[in-house]
Design a protein around this ligand. Structure first.
Ligand code: GMT
Length: 377
């Protein structure tokens, strides 16, 4: 198979779409493809020299007239320049806003140079379910989806949401998110675990960007109930707009000695295996990559039956799904898993086995097949 030059447009932050896009690019580079990451900042998991990997930063020159920096214009120009200089075979835009429309515009400009570069757009979640539906963005997103050469969504649920909320004529292919299971250890680092839970308490974790959609207070209220029965600690990983209110709620409930907010970390795979349970009680979640990372570490997940989560988790086997907002049910399910050691081990094993279904070795060929199909047209 021909090795391709692929431009990957992504958010460089700790959010799931950026993590997935980075891991995708790194895995493709390992297989010999040349990967050009394009973003406004160095992607969080990309801070080393890696063979076949290149990073192009989008710079926006300051000018006093601009109240809002025209990022999409600068990104479009960068896509044009990188394609001309490097000879990209494909541009893959992760997260529709504004990456898909910038990629469309770049394609049109490149056509005037006699170059027809195929555009792949991957829908990740909030670009459809929250932000993209806003009338400020909707016409552009609809157009960009319909005019991409291929569109993928990370779950059936997200595909259905897209078809429900937008007038889409383009076929949407579901390619599930993936994980490189070999990076995730089943056994925890005892040193880290002892530091967080010195008394041998059960360790509950959450990891996100602390946006309202994650329903952070539900985690804290559920934990408050759980620790009345199970000696436990709660570790909150990540940062975002809901963090302060969450810290305030912890104080109000008087559980500050049992909850720690550790902020953003780069190597989630080192800490997640220390957890006994992972919580993701989101309002909506197209996939829930963080819960897959937890399952790959052998950690059962307490979540909501929202969006694509039921496609990733098996209710009653790898964890439990509750109705959105029902933190009492989440606490009950958590106690059920944690109170019986044999049952707990069964859930851990099932979580790990389920994560293997989403292993990179099963998913990467689907992207490669798509790229080759488009590049050979
Ligand atoms: O979860 C977030 O708010 C971040 C967001 C992103 O785009 O980075 O995550 C979305 O994409 C992830 C990767 O495909 C999915 O695993 C998340 O479920 C999805 N988030 C939501 O749907 C809320």
């Amino acid at each position: 198979m021909k090795k391709l030059k692929i431009g990957i447009v992504l958010y460089p932050t700790f959010g799931g779409s950026g993590v997935l896009a980075t891991e995708l690019g790194l895995s493709l580079a390992k297989k010999g493809h040349q990967i050009h990451f394009i973003s406004y900042n160095q992607p969080a998991r990309l801070d080393n020299y890696i063979e076949n990997v290149f990073y192009h930063e989008v710079l926006i020159p300051a000018y006093p007239l601009f109240e809002f920096a025209p990022y999409e214009v600068a990104l479009t120009s960068k896509l044009v320049n990188v394609t001309l200089n490097e000879g990209l075979d494909i541009i893959h835009a992760h997260y529709a806003i504004p990456h898909a429309s910038a990629a469309y515009m770049a394609k049109q400009i490149l056509l005037t140079h006699g170059i027809n570069v195929p555009i792949v757009c991957t829908l990740h979640g909030t670009d459809i379910t929250l932000v993209g539906r806003d009338s400020s963005y909707k016409p552009v997103i609809t157009f960009a989806i319909n005019h991409s050469d291929a569109v993928t969504a990370v779950s059936e649920s997200l595909k259905n949401d897209t078809l429900r909320h937008f007038e889409i004529k383009k076929e949407i292919q579901v390619i599930y998110n993936f994980i490189d299971n070999s990076k995730y250890k089943y056994n925890p680092d005892e040193c880290i675990k002892k530091r967080i839970a010195p008394g041998g308490e059960k360790l509950i974790m959450h990891m996100s960007n602390f946006r309202p959609v994650k329903r952070i207070p539900d985690i804290i209220k559920a934990f408050h109930i759980i620790r009345k029965t199970i000696p436990s600690k709660l570790t909150m990983i990540g940062d975002g707009p809901e963090r302060q209110a969450a810290e305030d709620l912890v104080q109000q409930l008087g559980i500050q000695d049992h909850v720690s907010f550790i902020g953003k970390i780069k190597s989630a795979e080192l800490v997640l295996p220390c957890a006994d349970l992972f919580m993701l009680p989101s309002d909506s979640e197209s996939f829930g990559l963080s819960s897959l990372e937890a399952m790959a570490s052998g950690v059962p997940v307490i979540s909501t039956n929202a969006g694509g989560v039921p496609e990733v988790m098996v209710h009653g086997k790898t964890g439990f799904l509750s109705e959105v907002g029902d933190f009492e049910d989440m606490a009950k399910n958590a106690i059920y898993i944690l109170e019986d050691e044999k049952r707990f081990e069964e859930f851990k094993k099932a979580a790990r086995e389920q994560a293997l279904k989403f292993d990179i070795t099963n998913i990467l060929p689907q992207y490669e097949e798509l790229y080759h199909r488009l590049a050979s047209k």
